[in-house]
Structures are given as structure tokens and as C-alpha cells.
Design a protein around this ligand. Structure first.
Ligand SMILES: [Zn+2]
Ligand SMILES: [Zn+2]
Length: 154
């Protein structure tokens, strides 16, 4: 699982960002662009605080609140999505390809994985009886191999 392949190239992302901003009437400002670049370059599903810490050197006037609001704007524009199951804080996800998540309950690392067989599988009959699913997402929680090695050392 090489993570570079899971994201589009920066040029593609950048083009898409401008297109979506135009469609959603989101004004492209230097601040928003910098926040976008930071989120797109992140492979770790950063929280708003993480994004703020990464941009504040380049954007000395930025506040955490502005970062929150910008991420919320990006989210409603469909540029990024929110990962809601993480225990502590909301994390943001720039990967718009259908994918699933591995969550380490020790280090809180959140890793993308792809599962075409699941994506293409027929739904069990209860689901169409229940209603209309819009998305299906698998979340696997556990202990990553790094943390389990650390644990065995102790
Ligand atoms: Zn871990
Ligand atoms: Zn993800």
C-alpha cells in the first residue's frame, strides 16, 4: 500500500480545487490555498489543530477558528471529508477515492486501505429493505504493528 498512489497528483488536486471553488462560489484566497495545500499533502487525516500547527508559520495571521471554518467550507464543498469515528477529535480526509480506514486505538493513526471486493459486493437483503444507502465504509480498529511491537518490548 504505497500512499502516493492513493492521492491524485498535486497539479490535478490544484485544478480540482479551483474548479470546485468556482462551482461552490468559494473565494480562492491565499489563506484557503495554503490550508488546502496542507490538507492535501497530509497522509495522516489531520485534525483542525494539526492543520493549524502546520500552516501558522507560513500564515502568521491565521487563527485556529479560521482553520476550522475553512475546513468546514471545504467539507461542504466536497473537497475534503470528515472522519467522524475517531475517539478524540474530528479528523479530515483529502482522499476522495472510495476507501476504508484502519484505526490504531493506541497511536490513533488512521490509514487508508482499498477493498474492491467489498465495494463491488451485493448488499445483504436487509439493506434495500431498510432504505437507500448512500455510502458504505469499513472501519477496522485495532493495534498497528508498530504499537504491538512497542507493547511486546515493554
Ligand atoms: Zn499504533
Ligand atoms: Zn481516509
Amino acid at each position: 500500500m504505497t500512499q502516493d498512489q492513493s492521492h491524485q497528483s498535486p497539479e490535478e488536486e490544484f485544478r480540482l480545487f479551483r474548479t470546485v471553488c468556482k462551482e461552490q462560489r468559494i473565494k480562492v484566497t491565499p489563506q484557503r490555498l495554503e490550508i488546502f495545500r496542507t490538507v492535501i499533502a497530509a497522509y495522516d487525516h489531520p485534525s483542525a489543530e494539526d492543520v493549524y500547527n502546520r500552516v501558522k508559520d507560513r500564515l502568521p495571521a491565521i487563527s485556529l477558528d479560521t482553520v476550522y471554518r475553512t475546513l468546514a467550507t471545504f467539507e461542504s464543498g466536497g473537497i475534503i471529508s470528515r472522519v467522524s469515528f475517531c475517539e478524540d477529535k474530528t479528523r479530515f480526509d483529502p482522499n476522495r477515492k472510495p476507501h476504508h480506514h484502519l484505526f490504531c486505538t493506541v497511536c490513533k493513526n488512521l490509514t487508508d486501505f482499498y477493498w474492491a471486493n467489498f465495494d463491488n459486493a451485493d448488499l445483504p437483503p436487509e439493506i434495500p429493505e431498510w432504505g437507500y444507502p448512500e455510502t458504505k465504509h469499513v472501519q477496522i480498529r485495532g493495534i498497528c504493528s508498530h504499537c504491538s511491537r512497542e507493547r511486546n518490548k515493554a
